[in-house]
Design a protein around this ligand. Structure first.
Ligand SMILES: Nc1ncnc2c1ncn2[C@@H]1O[C@H](COP(=O)(O)OP(=O)(O)OP(=O)(O)O)[C@@H](O)[C@H]1O
Ligand SMILES: [Mg+2]
Length: 780
C-alpha cells in the first residue's frame, strides 16, 4: 500500500540526532530544575574530588610532622592540627552529601517532568490526528511509541543523564589531577583522548543506526501479533496458522538479528575501550613513577654531594632535612594520581557508553517528536498535493489566516451535547427563546416540547416505569429534577447563552489560529456557533467537490444538493460511488476542494471539527463500543440521569433486552468493544446513543447491513420514531426500506444521477432506481 509505505519511510530517521531533540527534552523537563540539577551535581563532584585532595594534604602534613623527629611539636599543637583537618574533612563531606541529596532528586524530578510532558504531548497529538493518519499508520507503531519509546523515556533517559554527567565530571577531574601533578602527561593523554574520540564516534554512529533498525523491526512484530490476535478466528477458519506463524518468525528473526548486532556492537566497544584503558593506565603510571624517581634522585644527589657534607649552607641544611613528602611530586600526590589514573579508563568507558546510550535513547524522543511535529509534515504533504492538483478555485484559498483553538469559546464543549438542543437558548432574563422541536411536530418522541416563558415552565412529567415508546411523554433534553417514578423536568440552566451572530465579526477575521493536527482543514478561521446550532437541520451542498486527505482525485465532484430540514432522504448508488463519503463530509472528514457545505446556513468548514462532530449523529456500518458499562457507552460524560438513559433505550427498542437479559442492567460491562453483544444490539445501542445526544440530523450509513430484515425494519422504525421531524440521511442497504422516504438520490462516480421521490422513481420507466429495484439489489 503506497500510503503506508510513505508513512514508514518518513518515520525512519537517519544520521545524528538533532540538538532540537535534546532541547525538546530539556524543555519538557523544565529549565529551572535542570539548572539546579546541573549546578548541584557540579558542586557535588568538585567536592568529592576535593575530599581526596584534602586527605592527601592531611597525610602529607602528618608525614612531615612524623619525619621531623628533631622538631618536636607540642601535643596540643598536634591535636589542633588533626582536629583542624578532620573538621574540614567532615565539613566538606557534609556539603558533599547535601549536594548529592539535592542533585539526585532534582535529576529524577526533571526526568519525571519530561516523561509526563512528553507522554501528554504524544497522547494529545495522537488523539487529534486526522483519520488519514490512522489509515496509513499501523497500530503496532503507535503502540510501540506508547510502550517501548515511553518506557525508554520513563526509565532510561533521566538515570543515564545523571550518570553521564557524573562520569564526565569524574573523568575531567581525574585528567586534571594527573595533568597538575605531571603536566607532561598531557602530551600522551591528548592522542589517547583522540583515539577515544574516534572509537566512540565510530561506535555511536553504528549503534544509533542499529538501535533504529532494532526499533523499526520491533513494530512489525507488535503489529503482526495484534492483527493475528484480532483475526484469529478468520485465520483458523482458513487454516492459515502456518503462514501467520512463518510471518511472525520472519519478523522476529529480523528483530533478533538487529538486536544481536546491537549487542555485539556493545561488546566491541567494551573490548576496544578496555585495551585503550590499559594503555592509559600504563602511560600514566609510568609517567607518575618516572617523575617521582627523578625527584628522588635529585633528593639523593643533594644529600650525598661532598659540598653538602662539608659546610652546609642554610639552604643545604634545609635540603638535608627535607622529608620525602616535600619531594615534588610528593609520594602522596603520586598515589593520588595513580589512584585516579586507574579509574580514568573505567570512567572513560562509561562516558563513551553512556553517550552512545543517551543518543540511542534520544531516538525515542525523536520518534515522539516526529508525531508532535507531524502536523507540519502533514501540512507540507498536503501542500504538495495541492500543488499537484489542477488549480480548482478552492474554498480554502480565500482564507489565509489560521485560527487558534484555544481562543475559541468553549461554550459548546462545556455543556453536554444534548443540551445543545435540549433546553433551547434562553436569554439573559431566563426567557426561553427557542421552544421545542425543530420541526413543529409535538407528538414525536424526540421532539422538544416547547414551553412558553421557558425559564418558569415545567416540562412534561416523565414516568420511567411506564414509558411506552411513542415518545409523547419524553423530553430527553431536560434533566429531571428528582429521580423517582414521576420526574419533573426543569429548564437546563447551562443553556443561558445567547445565540451569537453567525457572520464573522471583524475581530474574528483578524484572529490568527493554529488548529493542531487538522492539516486537511487548512482554511482555518473558525467561528463560534451557538450552543443551539443546528436548530433546524437544513443541509445545503453548494457545488461541492471533496477528496480524502493525501489523495489527488475528488470522490465527489461539483455536487449541489439541498436537503430541507426534517426531510428523510435515501442515498443509493454503486460501490465506490461516494455515498459514505457524502455522509462523512458532514462531519468534516473530507477536504472540501470546491464549494461549501452549509448546515442551517453555517459553512461547516468554519466550525471547529470537534464541535461540529458533537452536533450531528451517525450510525456507521461498524459500530464502535467502548469496554465500559452500557451507561458509560451511552453517556460517557455522565451528563444524563438513568431515567433519560432508560427512555432512550426504550426508543431504540433495547429497554427490554437490557432490563431482562443483562443481569446488571445499565451497569453491565460491554467487553471487547461490544463482542458480547450481537451486531444488531450494537447498532441499536448506537441508535440510543444518537437519540440521547438529541441531534437534529442523523446519518445512517448502511447501518442495517448486518441485520436480519426484521431487526433492520425495527431499527429503521425506531430511528424514524426517535428522529421524527428531523433530518435523516439514510445510505440504503436494502432499497425497499427507503421506498417510503421523502426523497431519494442516486449517486454515480460522485455525481447525482437521479433525484426524486422514491415511489415516483420506482414508477419511472428506465430509471436507474427502478432497474435496481427490479434486480433486487442495493448497488450495481
Ligand atoms: N479513507 C479513504 N481514503 C482514501 N480514499 C477513500 C477512502 N474511503 C473511500 N475512499 C475512496 O472514495 C471513493 C468513494 O468511497 P465511498 O466509501 O464513499 O463509497 P461508497 O459509495 O460508500 O461505497 P460502498 O457502497 O461500498 O460503501 C472510493 O473510490 C474509495 O476508494
Ligand atoms: Mg459506503
Amino acid at each position: 500500500m503506497p500510503l503506508a509505505r510513505m508513512a514508514i519511510d518518513t518515520e525512519r530517521k537517519y544520521g545524528k540526532i538533532s540538538d532540537d531533540i535534546y532541547l525538546m527534552y530539556i524543555r519538557a523537563a523544565g529549565l529551572p530544575i535542570i539548572t539546579i540539577f546541573f549546578i548541584t551535581a557540579l558542586i557535588w563532584q568538585c567536592l568529592r574530588v576535593y575530599t581526596d585532595i584534602w586527605l592527601q594534604q592531611w597525610s602529607d602534613v602528618h608525614g612531615r610532622v612524623a619525619s621531623k623527629g628533631h622538631v618536636v611539636l607540642h601535643p596540643s599543637e598536634q591535636d589542633h592540627e588533626v582536629t583542624y583537618y578532620f573538621r574540614m574533612y567532615a565539613a566538606i563531606s557534609c556539603v558533599c552529601i547535601i549536594m548529592a541529596l539535592v542533585s539526585t532528586p532534582a535529576g529524577q524530578y526533571a526526568g519525571c517532568n519530561a516523561r509526563r510532558n512528553l507522554h501528554d504531548k504524544l497522547l494529545q497529538t495522537i488523539l487529534h490526528k486526522t483519520l488519514h493518519f490512522f489509515q496509513v499508520t499501523p497500530l503496532g507503531r503507535i503502540v510501540n511509541r506508547f510502550s517501548n519509546d515511553m518506557a525508554v523515556i520513563d526509565k532510561k533517559i533521566a538515570a543515564t543523564g545523571q550518570r553521564l554527567l557524573q562520569f564526565t565530571l569524574l573523568c575531567l577531574s581525574a585528567i586534571l589531577i594527573n595533568v597538575t601533578i605531571t603536566p607532561w602527561i598531557l602530551v600522551l593523554t591528548l592522542p589517547i583522548c583522540g583515539a577515544y574520540y574516534l572509537i566512540q564516534k565510530f561506535y555511536r554512529c553504528s549503534a544509533r543506526e542499529l538501535q533504529r533498525i532494532e526499533n523499526a523491526t520491533n513494530s512489525p512484530v507488535i503489529s503482526h501479533l495484534s492483527e493475528t490476535i484480532q483475526g484469529v478466528t478468520t485465520i483458523r477458519a482458513f487454516n492459515q496458522q502456518t503462514r501467520f506463524t512463518e510471518i511472525l518468525f520472519k519478523r522476529l528473526e529480523a528483530n533478533t538479528i538487529a538486536y544481536a548486532l546491537l549487542n555485539t556492537s556493545h561488546r566491541w566497544l567494551g573490548v576496544s575501550l578496555d585495551y585503550l584503558g590499559g594503555c592509559i593506565v600504563f602511560v600514566a603510571t609510568v609517567t607518575a613513577l618516572t617523575a617521582a624517581s627523578v625527584s628522588c634522585r635529585r633528593h639523593y644527589e643533594a644529600t650525598t654531594s661532598p659540598s653538602a657534607s662539608a659546610s652546609p649552607s642554610p639552604f643545604e641544611t634545609y635540603a638535608v632535612t627535607k622529608s620525602p613528602s616535600e619531594l615534588r611530586p610528593s609520594p602522596s600526590l603520586v598515589g593520588l594520581a595513580i589512584n585516579y589514573t586507574l579509574l580514568v579508563p573505567i570512567y572513560l568507558n562509561w562516558v563513551v557508553k553512556l553517550l552512545a546510550d543517551m543518543e540511542m535513547y534520544a531516538g525515542s524522543v525523536e520518534r515522539i517528536a516526529h508525531y508532535a511535529q507531524g502536523q507540519d509534515a502533514d501540512a507540507d504533504t498536503d501542500a504538495d498535493v495541492d500543488a499537484d492538483l489542477d488549480h480548482e478555485p478552492s474554498s480554502n484559498e480565500d482564507v489565509s489566516a489560521e485560527v487558534d483553538r484555544s481562543s475559541q469559546s468553549d461554550a459548546g464543549d462545556k455543556v453536554y451535547p444534548g443540551a445543545t438542543t435540549a433546553a433551547g437558548d434562553v436569554d439573559e432574563d431566563g426567557d426561553q427563546q427557542r421552544n421545542g422541536g425543530a420541526r413543529g411536530g409535538g407528538g414525536g418522541c424526540g421532539d422538544r416540547q416547547g414551553h412558553e416563558n421557558g425559564s418558569e415552565a415545567k416540562a412534561d412529567k416523565l414516568n420511567a416505569g411506564n414509558a411506552t415508546g411513542d415518545g409523547n411523554h419524553l423530553n430527553i433534553h431536560h434533566p429531571p429534577a428528582t429521580a423517582g417514578d414521576k420526574v419533573e423536568q426543569v429548564t437546563t440552566k447551562t443553556s443561558v447563552i445567547k445565540d451569537k451572530q453567525l457572520p464573522l465579526q471583524q475581530d474574528d477575521k483578524d484572529k490568527k489560529v493554529v488548529l493542531p493536527n487538522e492539516p486537511a482543514r487548512k482554511l482555518e478561521r473558525y467561528q463560534s456557533v451557538p450552543i443551539s446550532w443546528p436548530q433546524r437541520g437544513d443541509i445545503h451542498f453548494d457545488n461541492v467537490s471533496l477528496r480524502y486527505e493525501g489523495q489527488k482525485q475528488n470522490v465527489i465532484s461539483n455536487l449541489t444538493l439541498k436537503i430541507p430540514a426534517g426531510q428523510r432522504i435515501g442515498i443509493c448508488g454503486r460501490t465506490g460511488s461516494g455515498k459514505s463519503s457524502l455522509g462523512l463530509s458532514l462531519f468534516g472528514v473530507l477536504q472540501t476542494t470546491r464549494g461549501h457545505i452549509y448546515i442551517d446556513d453555517v459553512d461547516i468548514q468554519r466550525i471547529r471539527p470537534d464541535e461540529l462532530r458533537t452536533r450531528l449523529s451517525i450510525i456507521p456500518q461498524d459500530v464502535h463500543l467502548f469496554n465500559a458499562t452500557i451507561r458509560e457507552n451511552l453517556d460517557p460524560h455522565g451528563y444524563f440521569q438513568d431515567l433519560q438513559l432508560w427512555n432512550c433505550l426504550e426508543l431504540a427498542q433495547l429497554k427490554e433486552f437490557v432490563n431482562g437479559h443483562l443481569p446488571l442492567g445499565l451497569d453491565t460491562m460491554i467487553c471487547d468493544g461490544g463482542l458480547n453483544l450481537s451486531a444488531g444490539h450494537r447498532q441499536l445501542l448506537c441508535l440510543a446513543r444518537a437519540i440521547l445526544r438529541g441531534s437534529v440530523c442523523l446519518v445512517l450509513d448502511e447501518a442495517t447491513s448486518v441485520l436480519d430484515s426484521s431487526t433492520e425494519s425495527a431499527l429503521l422504525k425506531a430511528a424514524d420514531l426517535a428522529f421524527r421531524g428531523r433530518t435523516i440521511i439514510t445510505i440504503a442497504h436494502r432499497l425497499t426500506t427507503i421506498l417510503d422516504y421523502d426523497r431519494l438520490i442516486v449517486l454515480d462516480q460522485g455525481r447525482i444521477v437521479e433525484d426524486g421521490n422514491p415511489r415516483e422513481l420506482q414508477q419511472l420507466e428506465g430509471s436507474v432506481f427502478r432497474g435496481l429495484l427490479e434486480k433486487g439489489a442495493s448497488k450495481w
